[in-house]
Design a protein around this ligand. Structure first.
Ligand code: HEC
Length: 137
């Protein structure tokens, strides 16, 4: 009569034990934390995040930033670091186009896999986004 009792107790315990150890197994590699931190870091550094804020009081640059976010970041990277498009950040465009007019012409007319924006953006928007890539990225 006393024999059946320990058996259900044991079953409950072993059930709890196996639940606990499967939790331990999930935690053991210790990679979930670092991977999550890496993804957050990538988002913050701009690989999958927002283009850098304009820190000066200049409405044209602010407008350029929003054009950049909607029209350019998908190929050139949200911080201009490059992707399927070339790297624009850190002065790359100023070096390639010492005269801003040449860069405006490139964006207006396109080249190779770089689309032409003459029909999609106004001259003001093109000038604004070009200034943003030169002065902010
Ligand atoms: C569909 C992808 C794509 C989009 C969207 C795109 N670009 Fe490009 N861009 C490219 C590629 C690819 C090149 C390299 C073209 C080549 O082969 O010469 C390029 C080149 C450039 C260059 C020349 C860089 C150099 O060193 O000569 C500039 C400047 C530029 N893009 C600016 C922009 C701007 C500003 C926008 C948004 C208005 C934009 N791009 C949107 C793909 C893109």
């Amino acid at each position: 009569m006393a024999t059946p009792r320990p058996t259900p107790d044991l079953r409950v315990e072993s059930g709890a034990e196996s639940r606990r150890s499967s939790t331990d197994r999930r935690r053991r590699p210790g990679l979930v934390g670092p991977i999550a931190a890496l993804l957050v870091g990538l988002a913050l550094t701009g690989c999958v995040g927002e283009p850098p804020e304009v820190t000066v009081d200049d409405p044209e640059l602010v407008a350029g930033r929003s054009v950049y976010a909607s029209s350019c970041a998908s190929c050139h990277g949200s911080s201009g670091g490059g992707g399927s498009g070339t790297r624009l950040a850190d002065g790359a465009v100023v070096e390639a186009y010492p005269d801003i007019g040449d860069q405006i012409t490139l964006v207006r007319e396109g080249r190779g896999r770089m689309p032409s924006y003459g029909g999609r953006l106004s001259e003001d928007q093109i000038r604004a986004v070009v200034r943003y890539t030169r002065e902010v990225l």
